[in-house]
Design a binder for this molecule. Structure first.
Ligand SMILES: NC(=O)c1ccc[n+]([C@@H]2O[C@H](COP(=O)([O-])OP(=O)(O)OC[C@H]3O[C@@H](n4cnc5c(N)ncnc54)[C@H](OP(=O)(O)O)[C@@H]3O)[C@@H](O)[C@H]2O)c1
Length: 261
């Protein structure tokens, strides 16, 4: 029988890289997408040596509509169907909204929202035809309340989580799943790329990317709509869901004000 194929965006680093290793270990072949070809090729060699995985390297800047269209076309290819799409590529910008260059905010929306939405849309028809597979969309704990200090980022992740759960319900009974993954602080290149100084975040709040991915794949295999990895993150998400939105918003604002002093 042919091995299932997973397409992972943002596979050159962090959580996407951990998805590539986790899925290769589970017997998937891979299509890996990011801008850094050398890192994707190194990943392809690693998973081939470790698991005999066959990997297609697809270099693309997903903020560029022409390059994004190539990835959409790969997802729509019924001859070589994608069993699992992991929409993981994303980045954050840090600072007060009024002070941030608008082009950076627009790029963030282009990647975290537009690319993810287009790729999900391109992937579903083949999956539905075959009545198998699905999509994991990487949101964040930032999805659960407004995030002053990185307001656009939180808004993009609230969109991802809402979209994914809406699609999850639309897909009920089809054999295809769409799941939102909401990690908390995860050791990757994310903070460095966002220019966030996370040295004062206590150790117990951090997870490794491989722990996040194990949790995500277990939840996806159970057909869940959402995965919040780790008991502490689940407790925080539960708290945000029970307090009035004005309270969680003000708490988030107070935490940011304190960190800015
Ligand atoms: N780390 C955390 O604490 C955390 C918490 C919650 C949610 N998340 C989410 O987890 C996801 C993965 O982030 P990470 O933590 O693994 O960050 P990361 O280590 O910075 O990795 C980001 C990945 O996205 C790719 N990427 C960035 N811009 C791209 C573009 N324009 N086109 C194609 N690929 C692009 C990067 O590859 P190239 O540079 O090679 O293109 C890289 O592979 C993101 O959606 C993030 O919002 C992270």
């Amino acid at each position: 029988m042919a091995r299932p194929i997973a397409l992972i965006t943002g596979a050159s680093a962090g959580i996407g890289n951990a998805f590539a290793h986790g899925l290769a270990r589970r017997g998937y072949d891979l299509v890996v997408v990011a801008r850094d070809t050398a890192r994707l090729e190194a990943l392809a060699k690693e998973v081939e040596a470790a698991h005999g995985t066959s990997t297609e390297v697809l270099t693309a800047d997903l903020c560029d509509s022409k390059q994004l269209a190539v990835v959409e076309a790969r997802l729509a290819d019924a001859e070589h169907p994608i069993e699992l799409l992991v929409n993981n590529a994303g980045f954050g910008t840090m600072g007060h909204f009024k002070d941030l260059p608008i082009d950076g905010e627009a790029q963030e929306i282009a990647l975290n929202v537009v690319a993810l939405t287009r790729l999900t849309h391109a992937a579903l028809p083949n999956m539905l035809e075959r009545r198998t597979g699905g999509v994991i969309n990487v949101a964040s704990m930032a999805a659960f309340q407004p995030t002053p200090g990185n307001a656009t980022y939180g808004a993009t992740k609230a969109f991802v989580s809402s979209l994914s759960q809406g699609i999850h319900e639309e897909l009920r009974g089809t054999g295809v799943n769409c799941m939102s993954l909401c990690p908390g602080f995860t050791r990757t290149e994310f903070q460095q790329r966002a220019g966030i100084d996370s040295s004062d975040v206590p150790n117990f709040l951090w997870q490794d990317a491989s722990t996040v991915v194990d949790s995500a794949l277990k939840s996806f295999e159970k057909g869940k709509a959402m995965c919040v990895p780790g008991p502490l993150n689940r407790a925080t998400a539960g708290f945000s869901a029970t307090v009035p939105s004005g309270v969680s918003r003000r708490i988030a604002g107070a935490i940011v004000k304190r960190s800015e002093k």
